[in-house]
Design a protein around this ligand. Sequence first.
Ligand code: DCT
Ligand code: MG
Length: 514
Amino acid sequence: MNKIKTTDFSPMRKRQKRMQIAAPLSSYKIEFRDIIIFIVERKMGMTRRMFLMDLARRKGFRVENELSDSVTHIVAENNSYSEILKWLQKHKVEDSSRFKILDVRWLTACMEVGRPVDSEKYQLAVSQVGQLPSAKTPSMEVSPWTGDSISQYACQRRTTLKNYNQKLTDAFEILAENYEFNEHKGFCLAFRRAASVLKCLPFPIVRVNDTEGLPWLGEQVRGIIEDIMEEGESSKVQAVLNNENYRSVKLFTSVFGVGLKTSDKWYRMGLRTLEEVKCDRNLTLTRMQKAGFLHYDDLISCVSKAEADAASLIIQDTVWKILPNAIVTLTGGFRRGKQTGHDVDFLITVPGSRPEEELLHAVIDIWKKQELLLYYDLIESTFENAKLPSRKVDALDHFQKCFAILKVHKERVDKGCSIRSKAFAEEEMKDWKAIRVDLVVTPFEQYAFALLGWTGSRQFERDLRRFATHEKKMMLDNHALYDKTKKIFLNAASEEEIFSHLGLDYLEPWERNA
Ligand code: DCT
Ligand code: MG
């Protein structure tokens, strides 16, 4: 059989580009030697083909650049069986029965699990021309990307921090934020959901048609994608970024303790900068806002994982001094594997004990004596045992909690340098950083629910509750899960048990970055 070089059919410019993208084959380690893949470029496009080839090779698959005698699996997208046969004949391949001719969905299914999956149901056959399998449940839609159903619920999508579509999701999040500022809840939610769906895709969207079949990608959202695909940016997003109201509200809400209402008030008073706010004598700032302005520079710079770990040590030390058997868990974004965050969230529980009301008070007393507490607001528990879980997807919980700004000491700077600028000397004198910390105390029997709720992400939590309500007739919040049909509370000692009650596949914390 003749070797078919894909480069034979491409113009010069394409050929050059292709040579730049391809990584040296020797850099991949082949793990699955029985399968030798060739991906057909026809109808798939060069960029996507290169991307899939690289991805498969990185996952240990052998993928050939050219269709040679050794190939066992031919992978195609948007091609019918007869189209591939014609294509093979055109390239002098007589005996096509030697290959498995598969839809690209087989490859993406392999990528998802990291090993070859059974190819049976992905075979292109004359009888199946152009057909896709039907959706599993009404809440699922079929995506041409994975061939698998992509759920409308984030709790049925595995979303890691690897975001292949960040340019689009960043754009959507700016628009969503602007709609939130202007109280257009519907549009805000639409763009948040669209961003969340794109975050779970294992590939970058390269053309609008790639979004076909994905949930929550309506007209307006697709319009933005189209603009970005064609122009490199969206004029609507640019308009938001240049909008004076958006910029001011964004700036004002970046101060700890300043919400939308206050921002709006300041904007209507004609204020535009933080300096103007600070200098305005007619304003009375809350204690929280005063702390926010005082530590603004520290708080606006993200908390690193190392700083979160340093805060963890401080918290563990203090809590264990009071109750040695307490469990202190880092939650929020850091538990989902993020390397930075705007704060550090902790959950505290004591096995086999009644909720330890005094614990947080004692922690605060110790920190005050150590002069580590720059700000705190302690909120007592408002939990009532008989209350059903909240119906609201964004409801706050009733745990005792403390919103604090903690002084976290930096490592001593190198003293070796003798000539220093004044600024450097001042910076050196401040050997700590103000860090926002949330401490939440939960009764032991509610720990799994609290952990699930405080791990986030927000979109994941919203969809988890929505799923419980609409698909399972259950009510879920950070305290409990209630089955409305059976009229009983469902206990759980772990997150896995809660997923199981809801009939959901378990998602690890790092798969909840929806
Ligand atoms: N949470 C929630 N609903 C709220 C507030 C919080 O479900 N109204 C959950 C989701 C995430 C978790 O609590 C912690 O909240 P944040 O700290 O705001 O989120 P994060 O994911 O930790 O983000 P960051 O990394 O910026 O701190
Ligand atoms: Mg957080």
